[in-house]
Write a protein that binds this ligand. Structure first.
Ligand SMILES: *[C@@H]1O[C@H](CO)[C@@H](O)[C@H](O)[C@H]1NC(C)=O
Ligand SMILES: *[C@@H]1O[C@H](CO)[C@@H](O)[C@H](O)[C@H]1NC(C)=O
Length: 470
């Protein structure tokens, strides 16, 4: 018998990826595998402040936390427009420190085996070089959607074929070189960095590196369920044969990990009062609005949304994350009608327990930035979406939401009160029956995938078997 594996998890320092990795950590721990989670100092501090992760994890004696610098000064916001600084910081500081940690074996503890498997975020291409140098197998964990990952993996081909950068300004041209999506994926649905005029920019470079590294890894873990992403998985498997679909990971987690305490890996304080407010609302009547942990909007956009929501006449629960609005406005100049009607039908707060909100029967729609974590949470709860994507995988996700899964409306590249109002009315009223039907079907498939012997459970078991017999 091979010795017990010791897995090192290394998430991208952002809310979504950190949450997913922490769930994977627990799923591995309960199978008796030794796990070390490597977080940046900043993420670790934030988690300690706002979540119960340390107490929750203290019940596992096979789990450790380690931290590493992200190379940025303490007061750096690490979000919004300055998010890319993280990749600079990681390149200059984190990469060499990580290599040093791996080479010197600093992750071994007295009684533990040394690290035998590395599972970094799929954007950490540097980890593959280190893994190869020290001779340890590496599995990538991709927390962006498989559909977006597929466009990343096709990027060299897209550039080679002259489809990226775009030739001309028409964003509605169909893309030919992303197999499986030829009939519906337009230029505007590709990740936003594809809109740049040249390929000599930081994001394109990171993604090109990722596209080269992912197929070299031992295997790939995805946060999806087989039935949801068949369209692209069948093509992706030709490039990366060893794929494990263990999603939705937060649902798999709920079905496999029994925990007494409430689970929160949140980086901000959650306002739970919104749940009592939802209790007072009619079934499927409320639109939940959130642009997630990173996306931003301008003051003008804030007001378009505000007017649109108020004009729809529907109740709304709106998350306005601190720092998510670019620019300032005079609160005394807000039209009285907006204030009054918001008092009547709106609930605005800074952060909410999203899983509980989406699971609430009063929620009838989700106006979202279409981040993958939010998208898959909405899918599993059967909530139709209004998609307002900005970057990373969001443009791709929102196209799949509207055209492949048909569980929502994509309003990308617009921000107009009339469009917001119409989309809200469509989801809550006009096209309600259609969406109830399509979202229910997909939610059922998701539920089955994490039930006993469901495909996601089987893939997790297959993964555990793979790493224990390597
Ligand atoms: C998903 O994202 C939302 C908002 O960004 C957050 O509240 C929630 O905890 C996340 N869930 C998971 C499973 O990562
Ligand atoms: C939650 O949000 C409501 C509505 O904005 C606010 O009145 C309340 O003070 C908030 N509660 C906490 C604990 O932040």
């Amino acid at each position: 018998m091979s010795p017990t594996p010791h897995v090192l998890l290394f998430p991208l320092p952002m809310q979504g990826p950190v949450n997913c990795m922490l769930k994977l950590a627990e799923l591995l721990c309960i199978s008796g595998i030794t796990v070390t989670v490597l977080n940046t100092d900043y993420i670790h501090r934030t988690l300690i402040r706002h979540s119960n992760v340390l107490t929750r994890f203290s019940s596992y004696d096979n789990l450790r936390f380690k931290t590493i610098s992200d190379g940025l000064p303490e007061d750096h916001p690490r979000s919004g427009q300055r998010f890319l600084d993280l990749f600079d910081g990681m390149k200059t500081v984190t990469e060499p420190v990580f290599r040093e940690m791996m080479v010197s074996g600093c992750f071994s503890f007295k009684s533990d085996p040394p690290v035998t498997i590395i599972i970094p975020d799929a954007s950490f291409s540097f980890a593959l070089d280190v893994a190869e140098e020290v001779g340890i197998p590496l599995f990538y964990f991709e927390t962006v959607s498989p559909s977006a990952l597929w466009t990343y993996l096709c990027l060299p081909k897209l550039i080679g074929a002259g489809e990226v950068p775009f030739n001309g300004n028409d964003l509605n041209v169909l893309i030919k070189n992303v197999p499986g999506t030829e009939t519906f994926l337009r230029r505007r649905d590709l990740p936003s960095f594809c809109r740049l005029d040249d390929v000599d920019n930081l994001v394109t470079k990171i993604i090109m590196k990722e596209a080269r590294c992912v197929p070299r890894a031992h295997g790939l873990i995805l946060n999806t369920f087989q039935a949801l992403d068949e369209t692209v998985l069948v093509h992706m498997r030709k490039l990366c044969p060893d794929i494990y679909c263990i999603g939705p990971i937060h649902t798999l987690y709920k079905s496999l990990v029994t925990t007494q305490s409430s689970v929160s890996n949140s980086l901000w304080e959650e306002n739970a009062t919104c749940l009592s407010w939802l209790d007072t609302q009619v079934t499927r009547s409320v639109v939940y609005v959130s642009i997630g942990s990173m996306a931003m909007m301008t003051v003008e956009q804030l007001f378009e949304f505000w007017h649109g929501l108020v004009n729809s006449g529907k109740p709304f629960l709106w998350v306005q994350r601190p720092g998510s609005v670019i620019g300032e406005y005079d609160h005394n100049l807000v039209p009285k009608r907006l204030i009054d009607e918001t008092k009547q039908r709106g609930f605005i707060t800074t952060w909410v327990p999203q899983e509980a909100v989406l699971a609430h029967s009063a929620i009838g729609g989700f106006l979202t930035h279409s981040g993958w974590n939010s998208t898959i949470e909405s899918i599993i709860e059967g909530v139709p979406m209004i998609c307002w994507p900005q970057n990373v995988d969001q443009q791709v996700n929102s196209r799949f939401v509207s055209e492949v899964w048909k569980v929502g409306i994509d309003i990308k590249d617009t921000c107009d009160r009339g469009i917001v109002e119409k989309a809200v009315r469509d989801v809550i009223d006009v096209r309600k029956t259609e969406f109830i039907e399509s979202t229910r079907m997909l939610a059922e498939l998701g539920g089955q995938s994490v039930a006993e012997d469901g495909p996601s459970v089987m893939d997790l078991n297959r993964f555990i078997k793979t790493i224990t017999t390597l």
